[in-house]
Design a protein. Structure first.
Length: 443
């Protein structure tokens, strides 16, 4: 199984509330079996020498383990309820697309796993206690009960952590910060080469496309509908090289693919076989929602969504929108220093093999600024911060095409604000900031 599909599987497991608790439950079963074996063998080692053993009778052991089991499963239910409430608050305040970030929170999964594991361990040990008083068949696993008490104490510590953690993750500053970190990780993963440091590509452009390309291709239709989450680019390149093909992608990760649409075309048409079509289908990963695995615009749009909700009349929270703009400027400054790969992919022999549909820095700028500008044009503070963000990104943008796009956005921000804002002093403040942006772009 290739890395792309493994990453998709891990992403699905990491976004679930059952995977880690299941692992903890299995660990609890293994721990209970080990402790019972040690109790049967009568080997306690330094625990017995240091008098750490919890020596109780059968009734006491049953009461202790029953209390631990009942309390931990009760707290687990409460923790789960609090988590659901936090998800509802996140969905209403930050947008349903931010739920994925909360589902991926490892802290909540560990908390639930700890309580469930302690509950299962206590039940498994409880069922082995037998006999009353001085009964000959009496068996009290003293070491196992002692470990159960230690797990109960650990659960108390986890509960304290959960109370703090649950009140922290729903704070808007924490949500924005986490989304910004996810954007930085996506940039480092998808654009690893810095400007001027990537391997030079001797051939780029449409000159290497055969003259009969459009008339001699076979369109591969998608077998299902959904968001394109990832493409196995390595497998596509291997297939194209092995079969002497040229493949052109019609979609990029993050776009919605409709069943029956041509998601890729193959040249030449005569080389297409059922085996090749099957392999091509296996390189396409569709899902019900977008992910950041190969979609750099997804975390950007999450920040934009938080900003748009903050600017809505129901919330009217420009300070949150300003925080999102600050994070967007940091992410775009980071991205501006990276080398965007060419959509034309060649093999080692210099033959064109894959034509990808790649994102551009210009398109990402449109994604980051357009909607915030349109919804925040009547807010002076938001407008000024947008212009400051453009000035910041301009310091890290060396190419003329991208700087021209920044200039275009600055012009639109200025134009829209002049139309929406009536106070002359506010207009003057925006004009002064516009001049700063102009100077930064001309430098």
């Amino acid at each position: 199984m290739n890395n792309v599909k493994l990453a998709k599987i891990w992403d699905s497991l990491h976004s679930s509330y059952w995977f880690l608790p299941t692992i903890f439950a299995l660990i609890a079963i293994a721990l209970a079996s080990t402790m019972l074996w040690l109790d049967v063998q009568g080997y306690y080692g330094f625990i017995e020498e240091w008098d750490w053993m919890y020596n109780v009778g059968t009734d006491g052991a049953r009461e202790v383990l029953s209390a631990v089991a009942s309390s931990t499963i009760g707290v687990a239910g409460t923790a789960f309820s609090i988590t659901i409430v936090a998800l509802q608050l996140a969905s209403s305040n930050f947008g349903p697309r931010l739920l994925r970030n909360f589902m991926q929170d490892t802290g909540n999964q560990i908390v639930l796993g700890t309580f469930i594991g302690t509950f299962i361990y206590s039940l498994l040990i409880l069922r082995t206690i037998r006999g009353d008083g001085d009964n000959f068949d009496r068996f009290v696993p003293q070491l196992s009960v002692t470990v159960g008490l230690l797990l109960a104490i650990a659960s108390i510590g986890v509960l304290i952590y959960f109370i703090h953690h649950a009140s922290t993750i729903i704070q808007v500053s924490h949500v924005i910060s986490d989304t910004s970190k996810e954007l930085d990780r996506a940039i480092d993963r998808l654009f690893p080469e810095k400007l001027g440091r990537g391997a030079p590509q001797p051939q780029t452009g449409m000159a290497d496309i055969p003259a009969d390309f459009d008339d001699n291709t076979y369109g591969v239709k998608a077998k299902g509908s959904g968001y394109l989450q990832a493409i196995d680019n390595e497998e596509l390149m291997k297939l194209a090289c092995k079969q002497d093909l040229i493949l052109r992608l019609n979609y990029q990760p993050g776009q919605f693919v409709i069943k029956g649409n041509e998601w890729i075309v193959v040249y030449p048409r005569k080389s297409v076989t059922r085996k090749i079509l099957k392999k091509l289908d296996n390189t396409l990963i569709l899902g019900t929602e977008r992910t950041e695995q190969q979609d750099i615009e997804f975390p950007i749009e999450q920040l934009v969504e938080i900003a748009l909700r903050a600017l809505s009349p129901s919330l009217n929270d420009p300070f949150t929108a300003i925080r999102c703009i600050d994070r967007l400027s940091a992410g775009l400054s980071h991205l501006a220093q990276r080398d965007f790969p060419s959509p034309y992919r060649y093999n080692q022999g210099g033959n064109l093999r894959v034509i990808a549909k790649s994102v551009t820095f210009v398109g990402i700028l449109d994604t980051a600024f357009n909607q915030i500008r349109q919804n925040g044009k009547s807010d002076v503070a938001v407008t000024i911060r947008l212009l400051e963000a453009i000035a910041t990104v301009a310091r890290y943008t060396p190419t003329q095409k991208e700087r021209a796009t920044l200039w275009h956005h600055a012009e639109m921000i200025r134009h829209d604000s002049q139309q929406a804002i009536s106070t002359e002093s506010d207009k003057q403040d925006i004009e002064e900031k516009y001049k700063v942006v102009k100077k930064a772009l001309e430098r």
